[in-house]
Each structure stands twice: as structure tokens, then as C-alpha cells.
Design a protein around this ligand. Sequence first.
Ligand SMILES: Nc1ncnc2c1ncn2[C@@H]1O[C@H](COP(=O)(O)OP(=O)(O)OP(=O)(O)O)[C@@H](O)[C@H]1O
Ligand SMILES: [Mg+2]
Length: 427
Amino acid sequence: MKTLVIGTGGREHALALALSRDPGVSEVHAAPGNPGIGVFATLHDVDPMDGTAVAALARSLGADLVVVGPEAPLVAGVADAVREAGIAVFGPSRAAAQLEGSKAFSKEVMAAAGVPTAGSRTCTTPEEVAAALDEFGAPYVVKDDALAAGKGVVVTLDRAEALAHAAGCDRVVVEEFLDGPEVSLFAVCDGSTTRPLQPAQDFKRIFDGGRGPNTGGMGSYSPLPWAPADLAGRVVDTVVQPTLDEMARRGAPFVGCLYVGLALTAAGPRVIEFNCRFGDPDVQPVLALLESPLGSLLLAAAEGRLAEVDAPRFREGASVTVVLASAGYPESSSKGDVITGVGRANGVAHVDVIHAGTALAHGRDGDSLVTAGGRVLAVRAVGYDVADARARAYAAADLVSFPGMQRRTDIAAEPLGVVEGASLKES
Ligand SMILES: Nc1ncnc2c1ncn2[C@@H]1O[C@H](COP(=O)(O)OP(=O)(O)OP(=O)(O)O)[C@@H](O)[C@H]1O
Ligand SMILES: [Mg+2]
């Protein structure tokens, strides 16, 4: 099977790497990819937002499967262009990607499907926002309706801050605050059937102890030894299947990864959000542990044949990913800082260094690897258990450095992850 992965980040690197390790996959291509993916796959300089160009590339390569990684091309309809060209694509249509593209739409679908989630009001005027804030009380949760590259959500005790955030958006969803550890569940979907992967947890704040601003994710681990064993099954029954049925009823069947962000509250799991793609870095440890082939799973989903495939199998043990971010992140990021030690870290047993924001700088003495974004690298390790995987990940991460490098020291140290939830109320 020839595969083509669309995107540039850590998620795409982890997906491409898992595909390259699938014996059923003969070729891995990426567009545009990144220097880490370029080590084992062929890169193509094609704009991931240009559906016509992506479909043309897929056709010229004779690709059997295209995997569209990020939300922006999915919401822009890139998967539709590939599907119309008659090529199997893992990733929802523009219409189905609205589950992530509009928070108000996702709440409407959840309400229609009876999915347990935070109570909410969709608001377009300051008066509506003020009334909704008072209805739900503090902590206040205000979400930009539209895609906002991880910067659309404010959770605060400060009513004025909540109002100010809403004032900067066209339409917002104001929600009830959900209390409890957060879990990510990735459900591979073919429009009517789903196969969930193993749950993971993501550390979102920039500093240790869950302090400081939110980021795209500073680290993650899987599995969650403390979580109920039937969590994935329960979420499929109460969240994923009803959502798939509702989307199919609306004529927008969801094919791809339905990312279910959950809060495990005292009243049970509640949906915090849907995304229409795998999450990064939370999918990285999940893919590290996936034992059954990724290519045939995603192809079966793309072709509407998931009911014929066995549930994905995961090896025993655990995996931990530690993100290395550049100076200034998350407010800004630093480009061009020279990175050292990636080769040595990658050489450590059971470790993969995943590239998220790197570039090759051409110099007189050859190419050097430099920073090119906020989250630069992720060091992922597999171990016997969470503590072992964590120790391996940090030992390898210690070998990597670049000016201004930031990383958390407490990823997966507190497997309950309640620290992050508690900080929301303090901040
Ligand atoms: N109702 C809620 N109660 C408590 N915390 C919440 C709630 N909604 C969101 N949050 C917090 O804010 C974070 C971001 O919210 P959400 O996941 O909806 O935004 P997003 O910008 O779409 O995130 P992502 O970039 O992961 O897609 C959540 O991970 C959670 O920590
Ligand atoms: Mg989201």
C-alpha cells in the first residue's frame, strides 16, 4: 500500500512513522512533511491547504490511501477533493469537519444525539454572553465558535476577562465548567462504525504543576492505569456511536478520527470538545503502543469497511512523550536556533524523536537542524510502565538542547493529572 500523509507537525511525523513500520505499507510520502519525516519518507512540496494540488499529487504517486492530519485543511475541504478524485482518504469531509470547525455546531449535534457534555449557550451579543456567564457562574468558560489554532478558549474566574474574550469573537459558546481529569480518546470512524484507540492524557499548561498559559500540549502518556477499564467502551456507547448516527442522519457521515476530549467528572465522563483529527502530542504514545497495523485500519475506515477489521491491538507497557518547545512559547516562538543531540537521543533504545517545528538550515559545513516553531520536538519513549517510559523519555530528552529550550519536568509524574484540572480553578 502506498500512503500519503498531509501536514507538517508531530502528529504527521508520528502517523508517518507508524505507517512506515506497517509491513503492509510499501511507500510513505508526505506533503509537505518535515525534516524528521524526510529521514524515512519522500517529501513533496505541496500546499496542504490546496485540495486540487493534494489530489493531483496523490494521483501522480498512485497513492492507495491519503491521511489528512491537521484540522485546517479538513475544514477547508481537502479530503473532499481527494475523495472526488476517487482516492481513499482518511479524514472527514468539509461538512463533517464542522464538528471541530464550529463549537456551536458540535454542541447542537451533541444535544441532538443525547451526548453527555457541559451545558452551554451560543451567544452573539454582549447581553447574551453576560446572561450566560451569570447562568453558569464561575469558573467561566468562553469558547470562540470558529477554529482559533488553540487560542479560542478562555477559562477564568474573572468575569471581565470572560466578557473581553467574547467581545473579540463573532460568536461564542459559553459553557458550564467541568471538573475532573481530562482524557483524550481517538475514535477511528468509517461513517457508521467506530474502532476506539487506547485513551491518553495530555499536559496542556506550559509550566510544571499545570501553571501558566495553555499550549498545544507539552507532553502526554498512555495508557491511563488509573482510568476505568471500560472507559473506551463506555465513551463509544454514549458519545461516539450516537454522534456518528446523528452525522449520518444529517447527510454528513464522519470518516476519520473523532477526537473526544473528556472530563471525568463525579457524574461520569462529559465531552469537553470534539476535534476532527488525531491530537498532538496525545496520539504519539498511543501510536507507539499500537501493535496491529495502522495502514489497514485507516484504509478500512476510509473505505467504509471498519466492521470487517478487528479491534486495534496494543502492546503491554506504556509510552510517554515530552515536548521540547522554543523560547517565547506559547505567546510567540523562536526560529533558527540550532538544535543538537537529536541523533543521540534517537539512538536510545525504545525512543523516537518526533519533529514538530524544525527546519534544515543550509550552511557552508552542510545542513543543520534548527527550530522553526513553538513546539519543536517531542521525545517519545516506550517502557514497561508509565514510570519506566517516563524515565527513558527524560533520559533521551536530556541529550537534546537548543538556545531557550523549554520543557516540563513533570510529564506523567502524577498519572492522575488532577493537577492540571485544579490549576484551572486557581488561575
Ligand atoms: N467546560 C469546560 N470546563 C472546564 N474546562 C474546560 C471546559 N472547556 C474547555 N476547558 C479547558 O480548556 C481547554 C481547551 O478547550 P477546548 O478543548 O474546547 O479548546 P480547543 O481550543 O478546541 O482545544 P484543542 O486545541 O485541543 O482542540 C480544555 O482542554 C480544558 O482544559
Ligand atoms: Mg478543539
